[in-house]
Design a protein around this ligand. Structure first.
Ligand SMILES: Nc1ncnc2c1ncn2[C@@H]1O[C@H](COP(=O)(O)OP(=O)(O)OP(=O)(O)O)[C@@H](O)[C@H]1O
Ligand SMILES: [Mg+2]
Length: 479
């Protein structure tokens, strides 16, 4: 199964199962270790302890046999002989039990040697007892030496058996201690490893889902800024890949509609410009009484006609300018020029409106601004748009400050007003066309045109504003 083809739900399911499996394995390992301790080491330990106990009883039994057999040789009492036989039977029973539970080759080897020594001890004792019963002669000291040798061998091998059992007890005890000590360590390490693995798995799975989601969010922001590029590439998970394909086709459609709209607007504007200019010129001529005297009422109507036609011409020109700028078809001519006179010109143009609204305009030019390579007509258009906005939106009796200063080779122009300000949520999109314009007071193209012009000059334009306190539009032209 290819991970890129795996859906969100199976990803989570596989992740959680793998984490659970890891936890189960680590717990299982600790439990298995403890189980091993309980089923192998501890029972083995009790067998060895039992062997030590049986060995002690076998030593007692051998010593009893020696005692009864010595007394019988001295006193010739048959009762003593039967006690010897009883102790001997007891010894064989104990030996049989130990043989059944002996749990190491060394112990089994000792038991074989014990058996051989016991057999030779018994044959010497029986031979001597038979000779005694039958009243035959025999060499007491030679029997005594053989018996002592055999019984010493038995005791020596019993000692060896005990030593083997003790060694095993010691070894298993230290194994159990070591296992007891290492069990919590192993359990803790396994827990840490499985927790870390589960966390990294959760992180990787979550990231494999959130990454494409972040791409989608960024694309949405791009679309909201009017960029309709269908370049979203998301291959996985399949659900989001499908969504990204829908996004791309939506972008294609939006960009198609956007181009259609721009083409339509520029076509209509172009077609409107000539008749509008003709209407304005005709109305102006009528106002100038070229065609004869006019009444006061006709003069008022003609003035409205000229003003409205002018407004329409400005709007049509803005639409055409922006269309050309967006299509990269606007031609610019850069020449050395001073910016001061351009600002003065824009201010002079707006003076009638300023006077009508009783707005005070102040100029703050800091030192020599110097000439620089600019497209005069376009920079004038930008300054005009910014000052016109300040004049249009500032309340009656307000103040506009136009400041210019050269710093570190670049030129900074600011237009500050005491107008209504711009809400923070609109600031990031204010330079986009039709961004929240109320259509009664303008087309909503002025700032978009300003941005295009400043960008073409390699500069930067921005706004700082506080609601009810005013706005400051600033642009910087590089040296
Ligand atoms: N100095 C300002 N003070 C307050 N709001 C402003 C200011 N300048 C611009 N705005 C806000 O930004 C919007 C966009 O300005 P822009 O100049 O692009 O369009 P417009 O002035 O509405 O129309 P146009 O300039 O095309 O005639 C305006 O409608 C207004 O809401
Ligand atoms: Mg404007």
């Amino acid at each position: 199964m290819k991970i890129t083809k795996t859906g969100i739900l199976p990803r989570w399911a596989v992740g959680y199962l793998a984490a659970l499996l890891l936890l189960a394995v680590s717990n299982g390992y600790s439990v298995w270790k403890l189980h091993q301790l309980g089923t192998t080491t501890i029972p083995n330990l009790s067998t060895d302890i039992r062997i030590i106990d049986l060995q002690r009883r076998m030593v007692d039994s051998i010593l009893s046999q020696l005692r009864y057999e010595q007394k019988y040789l001295l006193l010739r009492d048959p009762g003593l002989y039967s006690q010897f036989v009883e102790a001997n039977d007891e010894f064989h029973r104990l030996l049989g039990t130990v043989e059944l539970i002996a749990n190491s080759p060394a112990k089994k080897n000792s038991l074989e040697k014990i058996e051989t020594s016991v057999a030779s001890y018994e044959s010497v004792v029986n031979e001597q007892a038979n000779r005694l019963k039958e009243g035959r002669r025999y060499n007491f000291w030679s029997y005594q030496t053989e018996k002592t040798e055999a019984s010493d061998n038995i005791l020596k091998e019993l000692k060896g058996l005990e030593q083997h059992a003790r060694d095993d007890v010691e070894r298993k005890m230290s194994m159990a201690t070591e296992a007891g000590r290492s069990a919590p360590r192993i359990a803790f390490a396994a827990l840490v490893v499985s927790l870390l693995s589960a966390l990294s798995m959760a992180f990787l799975i979550t990231r494999s889902i959130t990454r494409p989601l972040t791409k989608l969010v960024n694309k949405t922001k791009e679309i909201s800024r009017g960029v309709f590029k269908s370049n979203l590439r998301i291959d996985s998970p399949p659900e989001i890949a499908e969504l990204s394909r829908s996004f791309n086709s939506m972008c294609d459609k939006l960009s198609e509609v956007d181009t259609m709209k721009n083409d339509f607007l520029s076509m209509i504007s172009h077609e409107l410009r000539t008749p509008l200019t003709t209407i304005r010129e005709g109305a102006s001529l009528l106002l100038e009484k070229v065609a004869g005297e006019i009444t006061q009422k006709q003069e008022r109507l003609l003035t409205i006609l000229v003003d409205e036609t002018n407004r329409l011409i400005v709007m049509v020109n803005s639409i055409l300018d922006l269309s050309k700028m967006e299509a990269g078809m606007m031609s610019y001519s850069f020449e050395e020029a001073d910016i001061g006179p351009l600002i003065d010109k824009a201010v002079t143009e707006i003076t009638p409106l300023l006077e009508a609204k009783k707005i005070r305009l102040e100029k703050e030019f800091a030192g020599d601004l110097g000439a620089r390579k600019i497209d005069e007509a376009r920079i004038l258009q930008a300054v005009r748009n910014l000052i016109a906005n300040a004049a249009k939106f500032t309340h009656e009796g307000g103040r506009i400050t136009v400041s210019a200063r050269a710093s570190m080779g670049s030129l900074e122009i600011s237009i500050r007003d005491t107008g209504p300000g711009i809400p923070p949520e609109r600031l990031s999109t204010i330079f986009e066309k039709f961004s929240g314009s109320d259509h009664k007071r303008g087309t909503g193209l002025g700032l978009a045109i300003v941005k295009h012009i400043i960008d073409v000059h390699g500069g930067r334009v921005w706004v700082e504003s506080e609601v009810e306190r005013g706005s400051t539009f600033t642009f910087v032209l590089p040296s």
